[in-house]
Design a protein around this ligand. Structure first.
Ligand code: ATP
Ligand code: NNR
Length: 195
């Protein structure tokens, strides 16, 4: 059985942290991070607001991300070996792919691949404060969170909700261990119901 699980949500809600814990806890589990598909800096448009538009779908090479997902679907075993994930030899094993990122439910060709779509949220002020401690490949210019990052988050979330995309919301203010426990339990129940 092949299962794809999405870990989406707002910037600094703890997506990567949760994904890394799930990756360690789940057998035959591979991960694809959307952040690895950002286009080069010289291809990122500058908006009327003067900010480089990093937080729009067009700044990501989603075709390449889709191809990577398709490679896993074609052969999870081969994909796992190529990415240094040890594989259990039993042919009936379940294979799990975690897709992690801030815009994973906004690219239509990837919308229906998920068995579960999780969506982590934290309030504006928490996201802003956590983000101040982060170092991205390109540093945040002053005002970008308020002027670009958060408004784009709201825009894509509203679109997702208007399109009726079904997600399981997770409260990113919970302690890390509780989030992992909650999601692991839910995934394990889902796997039992599928088999
Ligand atoms: N449950 C939590 N409670 C408090 N802080 C957390 C929690 N989970 C993660 N953090 C912290 O919040 C920051 C962001 O975490 P993380 O990198 O996992 O977020 P992210 O959603 O992947 O962010 P981005 O998409 O912007 O890269 C880190 O400093 C991390 O240690
Ligand atoms: N990884 C990058 O190249 C990069 C560059 C500039 C900004 N970002 C930020 O990453 C977040 C998603 O994790 C987005 O909010 C981007 O602003 C990433």
């Amino acid at each position: 059985m092949k299962v794809i699980v999405g870990i989406g949500g707002v910037t600094n809600s703890g997506k990567t942290t949760l994904t890394n814990s799930l990756h360690k806890a789940l057998p035959n589990c591979c991960v694809i991070h959307q952040d690895e598909f950002f286009k080069p800096q010289d291809q990122i448009a500058v908006g009327e607001d003067g900010f480089k538009q990093w937080d729009v779908l067009e700044s990501l090479d989603m075709e390449a991300m889709l191809s990577t997902v398709q490679a896993w679907v074609k052969s999870p075993q081969k994909f796992a070996r190529a990415h240094g994930v040890s594989v259990q030899s039993d042919a009936s094993d379940t294979h799990i792919l975690l897709l992690e990122g801030f815009l994973i439910y906004s690219y239509k060709p990837l919308l229906d691949v998920y068995s579960r779509r999780y969506f982590l949220t934290v309030p504006y002020e928490e996201s802003r404060q956590r983000r101040r401690t982060r170092k991205y490949v390109v540093a945040d210019p002053p005002g970008v969170f308020e002027g670009h990052v958060w408004p784009m988050y709201l825009k894509y979330k509203q679109e997702m909700e208007a399109d009726g995309v079904e997600v399981v919301y997770l409260d990113g203010m919970q302690p890390r261990e509780e989030l992992v426990h909650q999601v692991l339990e839910d995934i394990q129940n889902m796997l039992l119901n599928c088999s």
